[in-house]
Design a protein around this ligand. Structure first.
Ligand code: ADP
Length: 526
């Protein structure tokens, strides 16, 4: 199968560029020429048609010199490169590039754990290090530090942090917990952020700032550079751990739960990511939809009630955990009982009471930093594998939670899909994650899901809610909603793009930022 190529590259130029790259780093690290392995780099869960976004080639460097050699050739021929670290960013695109024809720069071989410091509780890692790998390393070496994995845990520290991913322990805001980066710019320039620029430093991973502007953010959710090392703070293993679940009976309890969570989070009474999870998200870990309903469209209320009673779940299920010496945890638990536990109909469950519950168990693992794949089981809810996450941000208020819930549930039911969602309170903000699941083998259903997602973006923006991250297929649309002062922010991003990457070779279109030579065709800012 001939590779799809960007407009400006002839097959001859492309093949010369790939040959030169293969000569520079070794042929065995290049996949091209319609090799069937290229298909493993597509996003097989998205709302886009079958083979959309299959790359034209994949190249896997091992180290800075390899990356610099590849960049030199890419600049010469204007070959678009799409960097990925572990490539598991599913629900948002996975390993697939923004457009067919790009070359995926797969950093999986750069998977060294360069340092773990137990005293200061940090790790310095390369991009290919997965959550499982770091977890196993800590276990094997009996290092008493916890990681904060994404669910599912097959992704990696660098990719997830750059995407602003969040987790479940008190270190759940990954970007907030990173400390120091090493970056290669598209022209091959290599530099380190923060204290890392001081040649003799011992402080790169203990102080996030350096001297001068803090540039780390510029390299997250962007296409300005390739991150080749990152420091990450890890949580010291606490002397005690107490995960809990509180179930609630009514849909509109979401308002009072959220109002009650806010002060508990802002005051740090609840130390970790606090999740209010809807019934189906928890149920889908254990059962499939057809066990309860064989009709079309969203599952009816009668079936929901049956699931609630069969699995002792609530319409809303609140998960959090306490950490520390047992007397401290007991005191805090009393505060939880007096607040969240005092909402009429609430029932608090301990780990002992839910020890046979797969949904409780995987969350208990995540809240103590143990990576696992259980949440991936959610996809069995409808079969056909399709899923994509819609994730708007809002302040933590009952009114915002209900408004979003009602708005999204109404639209998803109208389009024939179940509402499956959760509200995660990190500190002051709330991430609402709606997982749109659909049967990807059904062409009409796939298109319907795509249409619904686009509608949700615009309706949420009109109500003042913007997404914190989105799938490749919707990056331009979401970027466009951040439009204050005539899209001033994205116009600035384009200026940065031109300065960092004058030939426009790195991840064109990532986050809706297009390089100058593709702007006429793709950019929506002018
Ligand atoms: P994960 O497997 O942890 O979910 P990915 O490796 O899929 O993360 O990366 C998610 C996205 O982050 C990629 O599609 C890419 O846009 C960006 N990205 C990943 N690694 C890098 C990197 N080392 N430098 C720059 N951008 C990156």
């Amino acid at each position: 199968m001939a590779a799809v190529l960007p407009d400006w590259l002839s097959p001859q130029q492309f093949s010369t560029a790939i040959d030169e790259m293969a000569n520079a780093i070794g042929k065995q690290w290049v996949i091209h020429d319609g090799d069937p392995k290229l298909r493993s780099y597509r996003d097989s869960f998205s709302t886009l048609p079958g083979d959309a976004n299959v790359p034209s080639a994949v190249i896997a460097p091992d180290g800075i010199e390899d990356i610099q050699a590849i960049l030199k050739i890419a600049n010469e021929y204007r070959v678009p490169l799409w960097p990925i670290s572990t490539g598991r960013n599913f629900a948002y695109g996975g390993p697939a590039p923004r457009m067919p024809g790009y070359v995926v720069l797969d950093l999986k071989r750069m998977n060294r754990i360069l340092e773990v410091n137990e005293e200061y509780a940090y790790a310095l890692v390369e991009p290919g290090v997965s959550y499982f790998q770091l977890y196993e390393y800590l276990q094997k070496n009996n290092i008493k530090l916890w990681i904060d994995p994404a669910a599912p845990g097959w992704g990696g520290i660098v990719g997830n942090t750059l995407e602003h991913g969040v987790g479940y322990t008190p270190y759940g805001d990954h970007f907030m917990m990173h400390c120091g980066m090493e970056v290669v710019l598209p022209d091959g320039t290599l530099f380190r952020t923060g204290q890392g620029s001081l040649p003799e430093t011992e402080s790169w991973q203990v102080f996030q700032y350096g001297f001068g502007p803090i540039l780390d953010g510029v390299f997250s959710q962007s296409n300005f550079g390739i991150v080749t090392k990152m420091g990450m703070w890890l949580m010291p293993e606490p002397p005690g751990y107490m995960p809990f679940l509180i179930t609630y009976e009514n849909e509109d309890d979401l308002a009072i739960i959220t109002e009650t969570v806010r002060p508990l989070k802002v005051n740090m009474v609840i130390p970790n990511g606090a999740f209010t999870v809807d019934l189906l998200w928890d149920a889908a870990v254990k059962v499939s939809k057809r066990q309860y309903y064989s009709g079309k469209g969203p599952i009816p209320d009668s079936a929901r009630k049956k699931i609630m009673s069969d699995y002792k779940l609530g319409q809303w299920n609140f998960y959090a955990a306490l950490y520390g010496p047992p007397p401290m945890m007991e005191n805090t638990l009393q505060v939880i009982r007096d607040t969240l536990g005092a909402i009429p109909g609430a029932r608090l469950w301990t780990a002992e009471e839910r020890k046979h519950d797969a949904a409780f168990q995987y969350r208990a693992k995540l809240m103590r930093g143990e990576p696992n794949m259980t949440e991936f089981g959610l996809m069995n809810w409808v079969g056909g594998g399709g899923h994509i996450n819609f994730s708007p941000i809002s302040p933590t208020t009952g009114e915002d939670a209900m408004r979003q819930y009602e708005m999204i549930k109404k639209r998803s039911h109208e389009y024939g899909f179940d509402y499956i969602g959760e509200f995660a309170v990190g500190w002051r903000d709330m991430h609402h994650v709606y997982m749109l699941m659909f049967d990807r083998t059904d062409e009409e259903e796939r298109q319907r899901a795509h249409e619904l997602f686009g509608l949700l973006i615009d309706e949420a923006a009109a109500a003042g809610y913007g997404e914190y991250r989105t799938h490749l297929a919707f990056m331009d649309q979401v970027a466009k909603t951040y439009s204050w002062n005539d899209h001033a922010l994205w116009k600035l991003n384009e200026r940065l793009k031109d300065a960092f990457d004058p030939n426009g070779i790195l991840a064109p279109g990532k986050q809706g930022i297009w390089p100058a030579h593709m702007r006429e065709k793709h950019s929506w800012t002018s």
